[in-house]
Design a protein around this ligand. Sequence first.
Ligand SMILES: *Cc1c(COP(=O)(O)O)cnc(C)c1O
Length: 393
Amino acid sequence: MSKEYGQLNPGYRLLLGPGPVETSPRVLRAMSSNMLGHLDPQFLEIMNETMELLRLVFQTKNQLTLPMSGTGSAGMETVMVNLIEPGDKAVVCVKGVFGQRMRDIAGRCGAEVISVEAPWGRAIEPAQVKEALEKAGGAKLVTIVHAETSTGVQQPLQEIAEIAKEYGALFVVDAVTSLGGVELKTDEWGIDACYSGTQKALSCPPGLSPVTLGERAMEAISNRKTKVQSWYLDLSMIQNYWGKERFYHHTAPINMIYGLREALMIVKEEGLEARFERHRENSKAFIRGVEAMGLEMIAPEGFRLPTLNAVKIPDGVDDLKVRSFLLGKYGIEIGGGLGEFKGKAWRVGLMGESSKRNNVILLIAALADAMSQQGYKADLGAAIEAALEVYNG
Ligand SMILES: *Cc1c(COP(=O)(O)O)cnc(C)c1O
């Protein structure tokens, strides 16, 4: 018996979760362009342009700035496996799921891990990092998540970067949910290694992980006494493909790179400042709206991430029922809570193409509808008015 398979035709969804998010038709069209060989001169030029555009978005001059094959976690693993040798001390900041993941990977690389922790929903204090570095004595790196997608907290980086430098440690930043959505100045802030992902604020399908490493990080790699344990993620080999040598390492995911290049062009055309402002405005309107419905944000004011808005689920409202209602009646996807926040928070992604006024207004209305199904009475008129006031003054 053979099953009849229909032509692939996924239904429409409005993606307002933690990623993947909405993708511009321009990006999808770019991805369906003619296939080129991975050593074709035309493709090599596309690679060069992609690296240049990435430097612009990372705000860096770092030569080694390229997209790794794989999702954001591949970037995380790339930075860790290349910088850490067994026995190295790593100060790892943990305040959510993604900090935990960094700690896990650092441990797997054989690092002696020193954790610095903050309660979920809060940022790490610079003094905590200083204390850990003082105690550790000779830590090789400090790692931190800029935009903690599990809690919606935006971590201030500059002070911690200075402390890391003062102690001679490399400063490693996870910018998966910040790159292209909130300010991130790799060079000016003294970030030695940074990675991101394509399906968050860059608004591209998942599949690549842009990374950038500065001189101090490259020096640490060339001073390694042991080989990088991962062949696939070994940057010294990968840079021989992305650099002048063009040595084959692994086949580049051609169409993904087309898509990323187009997504980066869109960022460039909009302009970084304008893009950050758009994210701030839409997040602010959403927050004003849900607050007017009596909901509370997880992150305190001043630490709220515009790209990922984590909202507390009020007592008596069922997480799963609300999300199923949104998906079933509106075709809207939002994220549920992760880890400690499972069942306790909704994670609303307003990033890249998803960060739009019409999405904000629609989601506020849909959320009020979904909650009213469970007896939660929200003043929808007041919520819409509060959001509109952000746009219209
Ligand atoms: C999504 C995310 C990752 C992991 O990216 P994947 O694409 O899921 O592998 C890492 N860090 C942060 C902060 C993220 O939001």
